[in-house]
Ligand binder design. Structure first.
Ligand SMILES: [Zn+2]
Length: 262
């Protein structure tokens, strides 16, 4: 449910970023390769709702500057947990298929959406939220942020945050850099915008379309307690990812994993 406070916060986002989301309803998503593999870093808690005082330009509170992204989810008292994440959507063909599989198994995931795609398919963003999943952002245009100056990083990140906030009524606080390319500048901008950077420790490289069985076996080989699994519901033909998900999800469930947010 959308609260008045969230709506107010969304308006503040639009105002602070110049209402950019309103100007960009017809943009097209970019293709994806994803980033490099990752190692373990310290987790932190989910971002809070917008505060009433001293909001950052997105409306979320400024957070401490991260030195590296989060690679695994917080420990959950000995329970075996895993987080599924999907990048580069929403996509009209594949996002609904992923949602259907997750729904069938009562599993929640996190979707890092591209701002342009979210603006083009707001109904899909709302479908993700309506199914109880978390939505983070993945820049406006799937830009490689590594060598961009702060102003352009801020536009790429803020515009995507703005779009999701305007679409869902909730300001997203989770961010994933395209290609896994963070930089000190990116961490500084994200901190100012209240965005926590989330990476992964399991990468089946589904964006290379290596075959559904290979994607499935890579996930099952690499996954462990507190893993964050990287997969894609957009950026190209993701039918192999969908097929692999159908295969590995029941196996993870039978292995005793509980599915959590990042
Ligand atoms: Zn991506």
């Amino acid at each position: 449910m959308t609260t008045q406070r969230q709506r107010t916060a969304s308006r503040r986002v639009l105002l602070s970023l110049g209402g950019l989301a309103l100007l960009s309803a017809c943009a097209k998503p970019q293709p994806d390769p994803s980033g490099p593999p990752a190692t373990v870093a310290a987790p932190s808690s989910a971002p809070p709702l917008p505060p009433s005082a001293s909001p950052s330009p997105t409306g979320l509170p400024r957070i401490p500057v991260q030195k590296k992204p989060r690679y695994v989810v917080p420990a959950q008292g000995g329970t075996k947990v895993v987080a599924l994440t999907f990048d580069d959507g929403p996509h009209p063909a594949y996002t609904p298929q992923v949602l259907k599989i997750l729904r069938k198994h009562h599993v929640k995931a996190t979707f890092f959406v591209i701002g342009q795609s979210a603006a083009a398919h707001p109904d899909l963003v709302r479908a993700i939220v309506d199914d109880g999943h978390a939505v983070g952002t993945h820049t406006w245009s799937h830009a490689n942020l590594r060598h961009l100056p702060a102003g352009r990083v801020r536009t790429e990140v803020g515009r995507a945050v703005d779009t999701v906030a305007a679409t869902t009524g909730r300001i997203p606080g989770l961010f994933r850099a395209p290609y896994g390319n963070w930089s000190p500048t990116v961490f500084q901008v994200c901190a100012a915008l209240g965005q926590t950077s989330i990476a992964w420790d399991v990468d089946p490289r589904d964006w290379e379309n290596p075959g559904a069985s290979r994607i499935r076996s890579k996930v099952l080989d690499q996954v462990g307690n507190r893993s964050i699994v990287l997969a894609h519901d957009g950026g190209g033909d993701r039918s192999q990812t969908v097929s692999a998900l159908r295969g590995f999800l029941p196996i993870l469930i039978d292995s005793g994993y509980r599915f959590v947010g990042v």
